[in-house]
Design a protein around this ligand. Sequence first.
Ligand SMILES: Nc1ncnc2c1ncn2[C@@H]1O[C@H](COP(=O)(O)OP(=O)(O)OP(=O)(O)O)[C@@H](O)[C@H]1O
Length: 212
Amino acid sequence: MGLDGLRLSHVRLSATASTGRRVLVDDLTRAVGPGSVVGITGRTGSGKSTLLRAIAGTTPVESGSILLDGRPIDPASVGVLTQSHDLIGGLTAVENVAARLLARGSMRTADWTGIEESLGRLLLPPASWHNLVEQLSGGQQQRVAVARALAGGPGLVCLDDPTSELDEATGTAVWAEVRAAADRGAVVVVTVPEPGNAERCDALLDLGPRTA
Ligand SMILES: Nc1ncnc2c1ncn2[C@@H]1O[C@H](COP(=O)(O)OP(=O)(O)OP(=O)(O)O)[C@@H](O)[C@H]1O
């Protein structure tokens, strides 16, 4: 089985606006090897989140193709963080991560400890691990959603601005987990509106200075 990572070939993406369709990405061709962190940069409204969704397989490309290890991407197999986090209300932090593992069929008894350890590495206070997610702060919820995206070691991880609600020290802990996922062989794609975080990436997809 050849693991050749992520391949974007002649990708075109547009957004629908009142003035018609606006091209966000045109004829984008790039290859990214396994074990890499790829940042998507560009001004607000340039299409970073749209490209991330296309890579995650949840938004269709207008033309071109996006393949992981030579195959079309199955959205169910991708570890995803959206800007709204999409946590499951009425479940605890730990249960939100466990639900993801159960859905993937990869939950084992020992994973309860693994989940707590991952939340700890993301600097989530132990007292919050078994609180309902709606009782957590925005920054805590974001880290639960990051832990869920990384849970089970998916081969492709797509994170939309994973440190937007975090201070620098906590953000550094999140980036350490991002790097660890890549070191295990994943391709990690991250939108990075902050120029400082672009330096943490191995490669960049720059969507340029378009404005909304
Ligand atoms: N729900 C939507 N309905 C209609 N148009 C949208 C929607 N979401 C995004 N767009 C359009 O797509 C363009 C790109 O949006 P996108 O969220 O991908 O940009 P972005 O670079 O991630 O922005 P930001 O940094 O502000 O999150 C926007 O300028 C807008 O025109």
